[in-house]
Design a protein around this ligand. Sequence first.
Ligand code: FAD
Length: 305
Amino acid sequence: MERVLRNFFLFLSKNRFFTKLAKKYGLRFGAGKFVAGETIPDAVKTIKELNEKGMAVTIDHLGEFIDSESEAREAAEGCIKAIEAIAEHQLDSQLSLKLTSMGLDISEALVLENMRRILDVAEDKDVFVTIDMEDFERCEKTLEIFKKLREEYEHIGTVLQSYLYRTVDDIEELNRYNPNLRLVKGAYKESPKVAFPDKKDVDNNLKKIIKIHLQNGNYTAVASHDDKMIEYTKQLVEHHGISKDLFEFQMLYGIRVERQEELVEEGYKMRVYVPYGNDWYGYFMRRLAERPANVAFVLKGIFGK
Ligand code: FAD
């Protein structure tokens, strides 16, 4: 049943009609549990609250499935405004973005132009930018663009997903860039031709890539709500004497908040991924797919409390 629900929400997450409708009608159906709000001031307020609790943030200007140049330029403008707000309010925050929102499905030239505009401001304001990883179809292109930009900029990292067979090769290949990488299990529906269908393999592969990347001496963000992954990382760094400056834990806004606080109390660097903006639909559907128990929030949103 869980698998059926997961596939159902992942199917919904790709629906362009609902994506557009959601933008028009604003945060609905309990999405506010996972999305900080629709505007930069909403996001700034949330980041300040998290920073006060000792947590760093990466802010995500929500956006995907953009199909016109003007929308992509507008999304880039939104990212630049977010970076400026981080600097103005002296927030402990990075920025995350998706290349499809920068025009990946339109042209590489457009993405590079938008990314360079963002990264020029990011370097100037000392704000780090992470390129989120999307579905398998866009993985190769995303990594190619990341490599190009990494040769020009310092303040840039990306994400690798442990559910993909190709990821161990990618992590070794990227090593020559000494990249700051976020390592995740992966949030999209992929074919068994390209991704492990069995969760146990996905978990084992996440442990494997955490180990490789840390042992290569590269900055590693372990982005998971899974206690097994967190405990594994803690033991690994202790066993190999890896400095706390070389890794951090990351979790999503609104998910396992108490665990986030515990990790801060234990002295670990904890970064919360805070999405904001009116393009919340796809993000929200993927969170429901990960944990259909969250559907209770949707029902509350629809039928009242
Ligand atoms: P799971 O095995 O899914 O969950 C482990 C436990 O965590 C569950 O048993 C449950 O207790 C808890 N949990 C997990 N999800 C939820 C939830 N939604 N609500 C409540 N409890 C929950 N994926 C990408 O494909 N590309 C990205 O760029 C990307 N960036 C990410 C950034 C961050 C900071 C994080 C934390 C995740 C990101 N992801 C990304 C999503 C990731 O790939 C997984 O889909 C997601 O993190 C769920 O996997 P998990 O490792 O938390 O473990």
